[in-house]
Design a protein around this ligand. Sequence first.
Ligand code: BJW
Ligand code: ZN
Length: 247
Amino acid sequence: MIHHDIATLRRLLDEADHVCALTGAGVSAESGVPTFRGDGGLWRDHDPTRIATIGAFRRDPALVWEFYNWRRALVRSVAPNRAHLALARLERRVPDFTLITQNVDGLHPAAGSERCIEIHGSLWRVRCTACRAVYEDRAEESAGDLGPAPACARCGGLLRPDVVWFGEPLDPLLWTECVEACTACDVLLVAGTSAAVQPVASLALEAKSRGAVVAEINVEQTPQTRYMDFVLRGRAGEMLAALAPED
Ligand code: BJW
Ligand code: ZN
């Protein structure tokens, strides 16, 4: 049976020792960051899920960099929203809290989340396709725009965003942390994700099979809705603020 009652879920969160949250692009939507799928997902005429691939980068690195430069500039101009802030508050209230985000925008850390696994990487790191050097890079002076073919300071190789594209493996250490957190948690909140991308989507079912209470927070139904114990149908900002209200 699926519950829809915020007060009951809030009580479960108050009583829980181990809580996880898994977030996706919908959590940043209220900050003005476009999601990948659904309305408003297009970048110019391109489907972002076709640009965020290693194949696209090999074919046309300048086009892929144009997309990432555009996103970096966009994210620099926005701020964390009520959803990010509520999850940062929840972390401070729960004895053991792990936030797993698929988002690469850095808005969870910016909101004050300290234990945040950015499992698909970060817009604010780049790495060299030749020597694999990794650079933290916020490009203050260029407003986020690294140009069409940024070069490695060490070897001159082509840099790429340090994100995980389709067909690429996740960082194995971070992935192990995600699985451990989801198998040990009492409650898992799954917010603003279409649950379409593996292996991250499997974490919710893993948590459920280990006995966690799983709750979906989304404006729409997902393929996982029917497995949920709680479904809060609405915007992540409003729902998460109700689950973790300000003192
Ligand atoms: C709101 C809201 C509001 C809106 N409030 N809600 C098993 C079966 C089939 C395929 C595979 C499989 N295992 C692996 C695959 C292949 C592939 C995959 O999953 N494909 C499927 C699409 C079919 N997976 C991979 O390739 C992964 N790698 C891998 O498995 O490696 C294996 C390997 C091992 C060894 C060697 C080699 C390989 C990697 C996946 C990487 C995904 N990368 C991206 C880009 C990251 C960089 C970047 O951001 O630029 O990650 S793609 C994109 O999708 C991005 C996102 O993190 C990810 C998930 O999207 P998300 O966050 O769910 O966003 P949306 O837009 O889909 O949904 C938004 C949701 O919010 C919607 O539900 C809205 O309703 C909701 N919403 N406003 C609340 N206000
Ligand atoms: Zn290099």
